[in-house]
Design a protein around this ligand. Structure first.
Ligand SMILES: NC(=O)c1ccc[n+]([C@@H]2O[C@H](COP(=O)([O-])OP(=O)(O)OC[C@H]3O[C@@H](n4cnc5c(N)ncnc54)[C@H](O)[C@@H]3O)[C@@H](O)[C@H]2O)c1
Length: 390
């Protein structure tokens, strides 16, 4: 930032993550932002916000905040179903929007949100905080520069999203079809699904197995395995779970010119001096040198980086690290994975959004969650479990 301009923001939904954003902005830790409004539908939360942030106006509905004229931008940190309707309303009132992930529950409503963003001409970002991790941006640079050759395979075992039953019990909306709309694929793994497609591009089809309530007393899946295919024949395997302890976080990307392994806070780049396809078929005994380069993860604060980048995008036109429309990609993968598991078949992208909506609707109708249920709160500190865990 090159001057003292501050973007006036309001936060809608001040639970776990909304409180953490509120606190860091209020305490002046986010350059380019100041906290001017807060909103939560829970009266007890509003009471506590008024005590904690006496100079900040607290609203009881997102409509009231958006229509108040107190802010230039909103951060949406409600349960996922509300992200698109609140964002659409905010864009309609000329506000910039930074939404929490996932973009929504179903691709269609997330697309409508992107359309509203485009129409408004306002800045639209999504909180993919793990994009701020240098290891992932370096992997992306290597793959997109062609250094890794042609993509052969992606394997991501991301099973260290461990959650205990008390986490699921901490909010009545959690892990229900009607309140949340999905499980580990929709709540925890969006970060990894986004990074996967951000680094390697979108697959063309997915086949998935989603294990419902395998480890917890919940309505949705707490484990999922996706087997995806790419246009060029490359394959991808993505395994995620909230029931493994200790879990694993290992991403391996193989190309014809080498391999990237991200594990334990390190990026290891195995480099081939010759394309493997050429080497494989060469008649003479050509030596196949492999060089290994290591990059170490550096301590990073992903949420703050995205907040500052968003403010800078609005104030100075800085490119967004996580533009809102990018969030459609990971949601397309997770929606297709659900559809695949529900139909027990491989799903090609783009998939049939109406069929997805009808099948989700059935699950919502049988859900234990009723919208009048009360929410519960956890902490207001950025939690280590929201960052990249190796
Ligand atoms: N980026 C990250 O690292 C990260 C971490 C945690 C959560 N999240 C995302 O943030 C969102 C919220 O998750 P959480 O864990 O903070 O949930 P939470 O239940 O702790 O907080 C949600 C808050 O929103 C309020 N609320 C519900 N409906 C509302 C509405 N219509 N208008 C205004 N307020 C409303 C609730 O009363 C509650 O206080 C989810 O979409 C989740 O995926 C992202």
């Amino acid at each position: 930032m090159n001057d003292d301009r501050k973007l006036r923001v309001g936060i809608i939904g001040v639970g776990n993550i909304g409180s953490a954003h509120a606190r860091s902005i209020y305490e002046g830790k986010i350059s380019g932002m100041c906290l001017c409004a807060l909103c939560d539908t829970d009266a007890a939360v509003r009471q506590s916000l008024s005590e904690k942030y006496p100079n900040v106006t607290v609203f009881e509905s997102s409509d009231a905040l958006i229509e108040s004229g107190t802010v230039e931008a909103v951060i949406i940190a409600t349960p996922h179903y509300y992200h698109p309707p609140i964002a659409i309303k905010a864009f309609g009132h000329g506000l910039h929007v930074l939404t929490e992930k996932p973009a929504g529950v179903d691709l269609d409503s997330a697309k409508a949100m992107c359309e509203a963003a485009k129409k408004s001409g306002k800045t639209f970002g999504v909180m993919f905080n793990q994009r701020a991790n240098k290891l992932f941006s370096e992997a992306r640079r290597i793959v997109s520069s062609g250094e890794l050759g042609e993509l052969k395979r992606v394997v991501w075992i991301i099973t260290n999203w461990y959650r205990k039953q008390c986490y699921y019990d901490s909010g009545t909306w959690r892990a229900t079809w009607a309140g949340e709309g999905g499980g580990v694929l929709l709540n925890q793994a969006p970060h990894n699904l986004d990074l996967w497609q951000w680094i390697c591009g979108m697959p063309t089809s997915v086949r998935a197995e989603c294990s419902v309530a395998k480890y917890h007393h919940i309505e949705v899946e707490d484990e999922a395995c996706i087997f995806a295919k790419y246009k060029n024949g490359a394959t991808a395997v993505f395994i995620t779970s909230t029931g493994d302890y200790p879990g694993t976080n290992r991403l391996e990307i193989t190309g014809t010119m080498g391999k990237l392994v991200l594990e334990g806070g390190k990026l290891i780049h195995h480099k081939l001096a010759m394309d493997e396809r050429e080497y494989r078929l060469s008649a003479d005994n050509v030596k196949n040198p492999v060089q290994i380069f290591e990059t170490l993860d550096e301590p990073y604060q992903g949420h703050a980086a995205i907040l500052e980048n968003f403010a800078s995008a609005v104030l100075y036109g800085t490119p967004l690290l996580a533009p809102g429309e990018d969030a459609l990609c990971e949601l397309e993968i997770s929606n297709a994975a659900y559809l695949s598991a529900w139909k027990n078949e491989r799903i090609s992208l783009p998939f049939d959004c109406d069929e997805f909506a009808a099948k989700l609707e059935k699950r919502k109708a049988a859900s234990s969650f009723k919208s009048a249920d009360k929410e519960h709160k956890l902490s207001d500190e950025y939690n280590a479990r929201w960052n990249t865990n190796w």
